[in-house]
Design a protein around this ligand. Structure first.
Ligand code: NDP
Length: 448
């Protein structure tokens, strides 16, 4: 019998930590998870899941409008934020309960306390209890990074946005990444005047330029405002309770809500990692090898706290690979190539593999095929919103190295198409597949 309290002690019950705990327990390990908030982590509690539900809720604004063109007599509809918010939070409660149940079904002990690392095999809980473990897994995720500007505390982050009292009439969103564009769409559909303020001259750095540009054009067409190359100077509360956002250049912007969506920082502050000998990088992320092992042999880390790819499915894979490697006797690493990703903007966009610019930089010669079309439903709805699909092909081998799309259901379509890209299929393989008509996805096999 081991002299340690546990074989594995996981700090953080988010996507990566929960998966690691469950799989390790399945391999026979005695496992505990320490969590200071709720079980489920960012994705379930204050990220992907509630956000997607808000995206669904927001989309009704367009659906209700379009429905009239399809013959439905839709009376004047009003939107009640409180109803949506409460239903979403209730769903989060339900999922939190399921996650807990799942851990308990696998005989994993949940310690509802903050834990800090006290040594290679030792953890201290907030209440003072000391526990030992053969292996410690850091799965504490990341936390919103807010620029240090006077008055920044008057703004909110994605941590608070799901709980706000009222749907704001005027919103300023800081940042031009995932969260900024997703919430720009959500708040706009709820009827708010949205201004997105970004430090650079672009949105969604890293995504293919054509789809980014299409989102920008569509968003501008809808009335979302953008201020680029803009730095915050200060934020002040006005007498009527609203906020005035002063930028270094240009007119100040008045708003009811300011949302910071300026990236996320690994959650390592005050965890005791450096004292225990764990190397952190300049962002505070735990440095790990391909098997998720840190500079201390008995301490591992998975998910956003390692700042590799900040996506839930990646954290889950890392947690699973860790558990199989350390407790299942099957060393496994995660393949980071061709990870599909999506932005749930209005309309959504998605991509997998190399962007056109990356392909041109990395490959000898590249062929690009695009389909720029108005989806059938948008035509009848009189909605002047075009979809764009783009396929990037290695001209020497005919292999499809990238797929990028923006339009209705783009993430749903891309997930399936990503299998083909990951499998290394060629443009000819796509062409050899008979179109499924009428669909938007058929554009992928009809590209000329
Ligand atoms: P992103 O990294 O997507 O975007 C951050 C934005 O903030 C960028 O536009 C960046 O500018 C800007 N920025 C960064 N630092 C500063 C700063 N100090 N001052 C001012 N602006 C700054 O971060 P998000 O916060 O939107 O999301 C965090 C992460 O969460 C994402 O990277 C993603 O991995 C994950 N996520 C995934 C989602 C999904 O899969 N659909 C949804 C939501 C989040 P620029 O790049 O132009 O220089």
């Amino acid at each position: 019998m081991s002299s340690f309290n546990y074989d594995l002690l996981v700090i953080g019950a988010g996507s990566g930590g929960v998966r690691a705990a469950r799989i390790a327990a399945g391999h026979g390990a005695r496992v505990a998870v320490a969590e200071e908030h709720r079980v489920g982590g960012t994705c379930v509690i204050r990220g992907c899941v509630p956000k997607k539900l808000l995206v669904y809720g927001a989309h009704f604004a367009e659906d209700l409008k379009d429905a009239r063109r399809f013959g439905w007599n839709v009376p004047k509809c009003t939107f009640d934020w409180t109803v949506l918010r409460n239903n979403v939070l209730a769903e989060v409660d339900r999922l939190n309960g399921l996650y807990r149940q799942n851990l308990s079904n696998h005989q994993v002990t949940v310690l509802d306390e903050r834990a800090t690392v006290a040594g290679p095999h030792e953890v201290v809980l907030a209440g003072g209890r000391r526990l030992t473990a053969k292996v410690i897994l850091i799965a504490t995720g990341a936390t919103p990074a807010v620029p240090s500007v006077p008055g920044a505390e008057l703004g909110i982050t994605s941590n608070e946005v799901f709980h706000i009292e009222h749907a704001p009439l005027r919103v300023v969103i800081a940042g031009g990444g995932y969260i900024a564009n997703e919430f720009a769409g959500i708040f706009h559909e709820f009827g708010a005047q949205v201004t997105l303020v970004n430090r650079s001259n672009q949105i969604l750095r890293g995504y293919d330029e054509s789809v980014r540009d299409r989102l920008l054009q569509i968003s501008l067409g809808k009335g979302i405002e953008f201020r680029f190359n803009a730095a915050f100077e200060r934020i002040v509360r006005q007498a009527d309770g609203s906020l005035r956002v002063h930028l270094k250049d240009g007119e100040p912007i008045d708003c009811d809500q300011l949302l910071f969506a300026t990236g996320r920082r690994p959650n390592t502050a005050g965890l005791g990692l450096e004292a225990a000998g764990v190397d952190l990088d300049d962002q505070g992320a735990v440095r790990v090898d391909e098997y998720n092992r840190s500079s201390v042999d008995s301490i591992y880390a998975v998910g956003d706290v390692t700042n590799r790819v900040q996506l839930t499915p990646v954290a889950i894979r890392e947690g699973h690979a860790f558990a199989d490697t350390v407790f299942g006797g099957t060393p496994r690493t995660v393949d980071y190539r061709c990870i599909p990703c999506a932005v749930f903007s209005h309309p959504p966009l998605a991509g997998v593999g190399l962007t056109e610019a990356q392909a041109r930089e990395q490959l000898g010669s590249v062929k690009v095929y695009t389909s720029d079309f108005r989806p059938m439903k948008n035509v009848l709805a009189n909605r002047d919103e075009r979809a764009l699909y783009k396929m990037v092909v290695d001209a020497d081998t005919d292999r499809v190295v990238g797929l990028h799309m923006i339009g209705p259901d783009a993430p749903e379509i891309l997930q399936a198409a990503a299998v083909a890209v990951k499998a290394g299929l060629t443009k000819q393989d796509f062409d050899d597949t008979v179109a499924l008509h009428p669909s938007m996805a058929e554009e992928l096999v009809l590209l000329k």
